[in-house]
Design a binder for this molecule. Structure first.
Ligand SMILES: [Fe+2]
Ligand SMILES: [Fe+2]
Length: 151
């Protein structure tokens, strides 16, 4: 039906999405200042999308007779997305988001390859769709990065 590698990557992607939701949410709350407003709004929007990704991944796991991970198995990885000590340090959050999106892009690319190899076009299609969302997030935050570096 599919490969263990596909299931492992689906579970990893699910955990990453949930960690991203947690850290985007926290940063959207913690950041201060007029300059942060745009970033906070964008993070709030992305939280909904990342949560949607996790839902889709979890449903796919169920269709494959597997389960998404829960908190007991969870290992935190997003060091660069911990909220900055200085709550007006918007750039550090932007850099953390970019790192998270790059990580997600790598995972979905690996999932696309593994699903293709396992002859699992449904998972492959899902990974392609989510990959497009992550690339759009990256583009948006690359734009913010340019803006903040030029100030
Ligand atoms: Fe996502
Ligand atoms: Fe994303």
């Amino acid at each position: 039906m599919t490969s263990d590698r596909v299931v492992d990557l689906l579970r990893k992607a699910y955990g990453d999405e949930m960690e991203t939701v947690m850290n985007y949410q926290t940063n959207a709350i913690v950041l201060d200042g007029v300059r942060a407003e745009e970033i906070k709004e964008s993070l709030q929007q992305d939280i909904q999308e990342e949560l949607g990704h996790a839902q889709q991944l979890g449903n796919r796991l169920k269709q494959l007779d597997a389960r998404p991970p829960s908190s007991a198995e969870f290992v935190a990885r997003q060091d660069s997305l911990q909220p900055p000590e200085d709550s007006t340090d918007v750039l550090s959050v932007i850099e953390g988001v970019l790192e998270a999106e790059e990580g997600a892009i790598d995972t979905y690319r690996a999932l696309i390859d593994a699903a293709e190899e396992a002859d699992d076009p449904v998972t492959e299609d899902l990974a392609v769709t989510i990959l497009a969302d992550e690339e759009a997030h990256r583009t948006e935050f690359r734009g913010f990065e340019k803006e903040y570096r030029n100030e």
